[in-house]
Write a protein that binds this ligand. Sequence first.
Ligand code: F6P
Length: 339
Amino acid sequence: MSVVGVLTAGGDCPGLNAVIRGVVARTLKSGPHEVVGIMNGWEGLMDDDTRPLDRDDVRGILATGGTILGTSRRDPYVHGDGFSSVQKTLEKNDIDTLIVIGGDGTLQTALKLADDGARVIGVPKTIDNDIAATDFTFGFDTAVQIASEAIDRLTTTAEAHNRVILCEVMGRTKGWIALYAGLASGADAILIPEVPVDLEEVAKIIRRRHRHGRKYSMVVVAEGVDPPEEMDLPRDIFGFERLGGVAYRIAPILEELTGFETRVTVLGHLQRGGTPTAFDRVLATRLGSKAADLAITGENRVMVALKGTQILPVPLEEACAEIRGVDPELYEVATTFFG
Ligand code: F6P
């Protein structure tokens, strides 16, 4: 018999509940095993805040946003005593393997716990889609869908008023959401952290477009692009910079350079809330189920990853090796449609 622990940490992401449901249903179906839910990310492991999860606890959550376990950005190695209190909670609850559903920072912490002796399986989670060693993360498809719909709506009002609209989307260090949503909605320019921002060039594209009869433009901006001048960003209680608003710095410069009225919409947390798309529900379910299978068979130090059409284990080290940027070729394709 195995006892599997499961937690969700870092920013939330559509599909978290589908993963939890996958973990619980699959574990309990595989034999006389148990699942322990850890509340509020690493915080619950540090403070021994746990609850048993049975099949009924995960009924009706497949399509819900958020996470029934709660989440936080508190980290045992940064805000606690490292492995010590974590180990106590694992031992007290007889947890054999911990399934950690998280983004880059959370997976790095999972690797440290593995180094300290815990048995861990990672599940890649982030709307930003920037985790290495997996083709896609769940939540990304939902975020792109939300952003594309928003950009479509902004386009009609931009057209009605002959305006340039900048739509800022999430993407802390990489421009996946901006690139995909921009491609999906035919954006006139897409600004991402991987490509140095050249506002003169963007202005040139917009002026040319407007000379040729279109009197409105849509520019998609990833929140993580370098601001035109230094921005003093506020920090959350755990010390992480709160991004958001760089488009407000870019807009007046573009307005000045083009002479066209330029407005800004920042989508922010809208991109993370609500129901996951069908694609994300299926991906999350498969990832959760595979993580459970690996936990029960005693695997350790791996992350479940989407590779082509398969869900496969990859070394956790590989997933933590880099923050994955967009494919430059795909960005180049997007530039074909600029202006
Ligand atoms: O990492 C995912 C993400 O959505 C980033 O794109 C964004 O910068 C960050 O989370 C915001 O996190 P929080 O809600 O904690 O401010």
